[in-house]
Write a protein that binds this ligand. Structure first.
Ligand code: PXG
Length: 299
C-alpha cells in the first residue's frame, strides 16, 4: 500500500512528515482530546455522535477547536478518501498545540488538529466465539470530580496503568473499578452484564467514558425487546452474571467469559451477547456518513 497521508493542521502530509512540535502541550502534558472512529465500507459510523463527544470534551477543557463541525466532517471524509480506505480506524486528535514549558494553556495559541485514518487491528475472530478472560485490577478510574473519565482526553495514563497490569497477567483486557468500588469499565471498552434476560451497564456518571458503542447497544437491545438498566454493578454481580460483554469502537461487542478465576455463566459466549453482536454488526454495516460522496474539501 502507498504511504499513509495524515491530516495535519489543514494539510494532508505523508506519514513520515507528520510531526508535531516537542513544545506541543498534547505531548508535554497530555493536554488535548481525541476520538477513535470506525469506517465500514467507506461509511463513517456515528460520526455525528463522535463529533458531539469531541466538542463536549473540548468545551469541558476550554479548548477551542479551530474548525466547525461541518469542516471536521469534511476533513475526516477527505482523509479516508485520499487514503482510499474502506474499512478503517480513524483517530481524530486535537491537542492544545505548541506553547512554552509551563502548564498555562493560554500560551498555546494554535491547537494541533490531526486526523489519522488507517487499517484497523482487530481481535481474532475466535475470541468472539471463545470470549475474554478478565480480571479486576488495582488501578481505579478517577472520581468524576478529580478527572472526569467522560472527557476523552489525551491523558490516558490511568488506562495505561491498567493495561500494564493486564500485560503483567497475560490478559487482553481487564476491569477497572471506580472510586466507590463499583465496576466501571475496561481499559478501552465499556462493560455490560446479563442476568435473567436483563442487561445492565454502569450509569454514564459512574466514572466511565460514555461509549458510542455502549449507546448503540442500549438502543439495539431496546429494539430487540430487551430491557437495559443503567445501574451500579459490583464484582459480585459480574462474577454471578449469566453473560458479560464489552463494547467499544474497535472491539464492537465482545464476550467475556471469566473474571478473576470465576466462570461467567456457561463459560462461553452467551445467546444474548451473540444476538447483540449480530444486531450491532448488521446495523454498523448499514449506516454511516459516506466518505466518498462528499464535496471538494474547502479549507
Ligand atoms: N471506555 C474507554 C476508556 C475508552 O477509551 C470506550 C470506553 C468505548 O467507547 P466507544 O465510543 O469507542 O464505544 C473507549 C474508547 C483503541 C482505542 O485503539 C479505543 C478507545 C480508546 C483509545 C484507544 O482501540 N476506546
Amino acid at each position: 500500500m502507498s504511504e499513509l497521508k495524515i491530516f495535519l493542521n489543514g494539510v494532508l502530509v505523508p506519514a513520515k512528515e507528520a510531526y508535531v512540535s516537542v513544545f506541543d502541550h498534547g505531548f508535554l502534558y497530555g493536554d488535548g482530546i481525541f476520538e477513535g472512529i470506525r469506517a465500514y465500507s467507506g461509511r463513517i459510523f456515528k460520526l455525528d455522535e463522535h463529533l458531539d463527544r469531541l466538542f463536549d470534551s473540548a468545551k469541558s477543557i476550554l479548548l477551542e477547536i479551530p474548525y466547525s463541525r461541518e469542516e471536521l466532517t469534511e476533513q475526516v471524509c477527505r482523509t479516508v478518501r485520499e487514503n482510499e480506505l474502506l474499512d478503517a480506524y480513524i483517530r481524530l486528535i486535537i491537542s492544545r498545540g505548541p506553547g512554552d514549558l509551563g502548564l498555562d494553556p493560554t500560551k498555546c495559541s494554535h491547537p494541533s488538529v490531526i486526523i489519522i485514518a488507517d487499517e484497523i487491528a482487530l481481535y481474532p475472530q475466535e475470541v468472539y466465539r471463545r470470549g475474554l478472560d478478565l480480571a479486576a485490577v488495582s488501578t481505579r478510574r478517577p472520581a468524576t470530580d478529580v478527572l472526569n473519565p467522560a472527557i476523552k482526553s489525551l491523558n490516558y495514563l490511568n488506562n495505561i496503568l491498567a493495561k500494564i497490569e493486564a500485560n503483567l497477567r497475560g490478559l487482553p483486557e481487564v476491569v477497572l473499578l471506580n472510586h466507590q468500588g463499583y465496576v466501571a469499565e475496561a481499559t478501552a471498552d465499556n462493560i455490560f452484564i446479563v442476568r435473567r434476560g436483563q442487561l445492565r451497564t454502569p450509569p454514564a456518571n459512574a466514572g466511565i467514558l460514555n461509549g458510542i458503542t455502549r449507546q448503540v447497544v442500549m438502543k439495539l437491545a431496546s429494539e430487540l425487546g430487551m430491557a437495559c438498566e443503567e445501574e451500579n454493578i459490583t464484582l459480585h454481580d459480574l462474577y454471578t452474571a449469566d453473560e458479560c460483554f464489552l463494547t467499544g469502537t474497535a472491539a464492537e461487542v465482545i464476550p467475556a467469559v471469566r473474571c478473576d478465576g470465576r466462570t461467567i455463566g456457561s463459560g462461553g459466549a452467551g445467546p444474548i451477547t451473540l444476538k447483540i453482536l449480530k444486531a450491532f454488526r448488521d446495523y454498523s454495516r448499514s449506516t454511516g456518513v459516506s466518505a466518498y460522496k462528499s464535496g471538494v474539501a474547502t479549507l
